[in-house]
Write a protein that binds this ligand. Structure first.
Ligand code: HEC
Length: 160
């Protein structure tokens, strides 16, 4: 019992703090980009259970979303690209993917679940509408949007 208690305390101290790669300032800059250039189509964050019910059971007729939500994308990018064992490297890989997707979107490259992405047309290219820096900052924001405790609480789940 005592052992379990200690394990719990240790776990909560690990998950309560974001990893060292997290930079709050950059996250906030990226969030601004998201608010200005992505949020007309992408809702930032919604409860995953509600989303799944909307997509899988109700054919997107409950929420009528225009695109996958930011937290959904956050989760999928991290689970489909690279490995969270090396966060710094994974951020680079995810950034490469998002930069490419923003300029040359193609659902054949999707990291999203088929049951989600089938509700949408391919995203229009953002070519000429976002700068290199903005793409990097917004990816940083999306990466950390969900997974480590307050920042990213679904990160440890296996599926969605
Ligand atoms: C005009 C609407 C629109 C805007 C603006 C928009 N998106 Fe999208 N986005 C979509 C749609 C629709 C999808 C789902 C279809 C797809 O994946 O192509 C999508 C999918 C994505 C995906 C997942 C790609 C995949 O399928 O794996 C990423 C990542 C993404 N958007 C990032 C962004 C970012 C970052 C911005 C802002 C810089 C942005 N989007 C702006 C409509 C939009």
């Amino acid at each position: 019992m005592k052992f379990l208690f200690i394990v719990c305390i240790l776990m909560s101290s690990i998950f309560a703090t974001p990893p060292e790669e997290f930079e709050e300032e950059r996250y906030l800059v990226g969030e601004q980009v998201f608010d200005n250039k992505c949020s007309s189509c992408h809702v930032k964050s919604m409860d995953i259970q509600v989303l799944m019910s909307n997509f899988i059971e109700h054919n997107n007729k409950v929420l009528n979303l225009l695109a996958p939500t930011g937290n959904e994308i956050s989760f999928r990018l991290k689970s489909q690209i690279g490995s969270k064992d090396d966060i710094e490297f994974q951020i680079d890989e995810v950034t490469d993917f998002v930069k490419d997707y923003l300029i040359n979107p193609d659902k054949a490259k999707t990291v999203c679940l088929e049951g989600v992405v089938k509700h949408f047309d391919t995203m229009p290219s953002m070519k000429g509408k976002v700068t290199e820096q903005e793409m990097e900052d917004v990816t940083f924001f999306i990466y950390f949007l969900e997974g480590w405790n307050g920042i990213n609480k679904y990160f440890e789940k296996d599926e969605f």
